[in-house]
Structure formats: C-alpha cells, structure tokens
Design a binder for this molecule. Structure first.
Ligand SMILES: *Cc1c(COP(=O)(O)O)cnc(C)c1O
Length: 384
C-alpha cells in the first residue's frame, strides 16, 4: 500500500526497527555468533554462564538464570515461590497478556488492580481492596520502561507476607529512587524478546534473585528438575526452558550497549517533549520524581486516538496501541467476573493511549516529522 508520505517521496517512519541496532554493532554480533557456531556448543554452555554472570553484575544481584522467554521467567518465578492452585496473585490488567497468562499457568488466579493514570503502573492504594486470605503474591509490572511505585508496594507485601515477582520485561535498566528495577522483590522476570530494551534475536528471558536457595530451585526447574551438572535424574518436576548459547552470546554484546540505548531513548523522549509540549488535549508521558524512565515505549494520551492513529498511518507513520483491550475484558478472562467499568483508569487508558515511534537509532529528523504531523492533526490542519 502506498501511503501519502511515500507518494510525495518521503520514507515511511516505522514504529520500531531492530535492524539499525544490529547494524550499529554488527562486527561484535557477527563475531559472537561465529564463535558459537565454531565452538558448536548450543545449550547451557559458557556464553549462557557468562551472560548470567554479567547480567547479575549489571543488576548488582547474586543470581541470574536464563530461560526461554519473559513469560517462562514469570511462570518459573511464581512456581519457585510455591504459587499455584488456590492462590491469588495481585497484578494489573493494563499490561502485556503474558503477565496474566503466566499467573494462570501456575494454577493461580490473577487479581486485577487498577492503575495510576499518570504512571500507568499498579496503584498501590488499590491493593488493600483486593486482599483475601488466598492472596500470596504481587506481580508489579514496570510498564513502558517506568518503575512501578516500589516503596509502597514492598511495604504492603511485607505487611501481608506476600511474595513479589517484578515483571521487568519492559524496563531493563529503569530505576525507582535510584535503585534498579528487579532488585526489590523476591524474584525478577526479564524478557529478551527482540524489541525489548535488551533484546535477543529470537525468544529469551531470565529470572534474577538474591536468594541462593531460590536460585538453586530455579536452575532445576528450568532444566527438567535436574541438579546443576547432574543429568538424567529429576529431583523435582521441572520443565525445559533454557536460554540457548546463540542468544546468550548475542545478549552479552547487547548488554554492553544497554545503557547507551536507554540514554538514546531518553534523549528521543525529550525531543518529543520539546516538540509536543503545550498542545491542548495531548498528554505526554511523565516521569515521576526520582524515577529513571527507560522509554521502552513513548506513550501519549489523546481523546481522538483512533482517528489520529489512522491519519498518522495514512501519512506513513507507524504507531501502536499498548494495549487496546484490557485483559479483564478479553474473552479468556471474562469468567473472572470483572464487568465494564470495574477498573476505570485501566479502561480509560486503553481508550486513549498511543505509542509513537521509539527505538534507540530513531533519527531526530523523524521525531521532528512525527511531532509536526501530530501537531497539525491535533490542531485540525491539513498534513499535506
Ligand atoms: C514482553 C512482555 C512479557 C513477555 O515476554 P516474552 O519474552 O515475550 O514471553 C511479559 N510482560 C511484559 C510486561 C512484557 O512486555
């Protein structure tokens, strides 16, 4: 389909691209891949060990264990903490569906709390109302690259003896009051899906913890219940969820560039802000005081969201909606009993959020163009 922009000779602006990140570090990545192929050791080897060690170092935590995806990381974390059938886990409905289906996969029930409308993260003031004798854990999600409000969340968890599994899939390197996300709860779950701030070239994930016994349990769970180094005897009923050597080797390179990529995202976010601030009816992302936002996504709010997204697409600009339908209103979760209007801030967000193009190598000129066209659309002026 030719867009208006292409018709007048302007290249389309993609919502997200992973190839520029590859090209920026091509030499290192190609070398890492070639080395794995030449060694021909593909699962649970020296790159996996080294990546786990290096990512643990980055986080300042004792243990990282690679696994197959962010979803698996959440399931493994909850299982290691003994969460299962008959338990309830407090989380949000405004997140990737992986958060909820991971809880469901353990046999536990996700209990959806409403969000804070400014940060889009779980509103700690809503936790109390959802507490029951079956509540065992909280899964706060650090959505869009911004930390959830971890102080009050951890205080609530301690007061009620709840486990905390942080969903860090969108927030590698984000901080709350100077402290890295993933370092607050019992276990942190990370995704290395290709478009995440730390992305592999396929599926990948990891769990992180400071607890030696949990780490040992997790290392058995991800590998058939085998003790590390002891094959063929299952001590527990584990699964197969490992990070392969090719992905680990790629992630070792990408980890070295994580902070640089996050800085680039933060700079692009401030470019958007300088181009777009003050427009009536447009709400820009806000960074809570003390938070280090890593802008996995740059999400604005606007009333005529669908019309504007359509006009942007016609102008050759890619956008997405994260997320168009709250989990509690999706068919798979209707039997959980949340009616329309039960989570008002969540439902409002689904109606008016729009994610603008964002990736570390996005050219400044593209940000300026996106902003200029968005401004014209909001002001009701023709864009061509
Ligand atoms: C991407 C994502 C996940 C799942 O990660 P996968 O690696 O795709 O399984 C979980 N939670 C959130 C918030 C995510 O964005």
């Amino acid at each position: 389909m030719t867009t208006t922009r292409e018709a007048v000779g302007l290249p389309a602006i993609a919502f997200n691209l992973t190839k520029p990140g590859y090209l920026a570090h091509k030499g290192e990545i190609d070398d890492a891949i070639r080395e794995v192929l030449e060694t021909s050791w593909f699962v649970l080897g020296k790159n996996g060990d080294a990546f786990e060690h290096e990512f643990a170092g980055y986080l300042g935590m004792s243990h990282v264990l690679g696994c197959n995806s962010g979803y698996d990381a959440l399931v493994l974390a909850l299982r290691a903490l003994g969460i299962g059938a008959g338990h309830e886990v407090l989380t949000v409905s405004h997140t990737a569906v992986a958060t909820a289906v991971a809880i469901s996969a353990t046999g536990a029930t996700p209990v959806f709390c409403d969000i804070d409308p400014v940060s889009f993260n779980i509103d700690p003031d809503t936790l109390e109302a959802h507490l029951t004798p079956r509540t065992r854990a909280i899964v706060p999600v650090h959505l869009y690259g911004q930390a959830a409000d971890m102080g009050p969340i951890m205080a609530f968890a301690r007061a009620h003896n709840l486990k905390v599994v942080e969903d860090c899939a969108q927030a590698h390197g984000a901080r709350w009051q100077g402290q890295l996300v993933g370092t607050f709860g019992d276990i942190a779950a990370f995704s290395f899906y290709p478009t995440k701030n730390l992305g592999a070239y396929g599926d990948g994930g990891a769990v992180a913890t400071n607890d030696d016994a949990l780490a040992y349990h997790l290392s058995m769970l991800r590998n058939y219940g085998w003790q590390p180094g002891k094959r063929y005897i299952s001590e527990i009923r584990g699964v197969n969820s490992r990070l392969d050597e090719l992905q680990a080797a790629i992630l070792r390179v990408k980890l070295r560039h994580l902070d640089g990529g996050n800085d680039a995202r933060r700079r692009l976010a401030s470019r958007y802000e300088s181009h777009l601030s003050g427009l009536p009816g447009l709400i820009l992302p806000s960074q809570s005081a003390g938070n280090h936002h890593v802008f996995h996504l740059y999400v604005v709010r606007l009333e005529a969201r669908d019309d504007i997204a359509t006009s942007l697409r016609e102008a050759g600009i890619g956008t997405h909606v994260h997320y168009p339908q709250p989990i509690h209103r999706q068919p798979a979760y209707l039997d959980h009993g949340y009616g329309v209007g039960s989570l008002p801030e969540t439902e409002r967000a689904c109606h008016d959020v729009l994610s603008l193009p964002m990736y570390p190598e996005l050219p400044d000129a593209d940000v300026a163009r996106v902003a200029r066209i968005l401004r014209m659309l909001i002001e009701g002026r023709p864009t061509s």
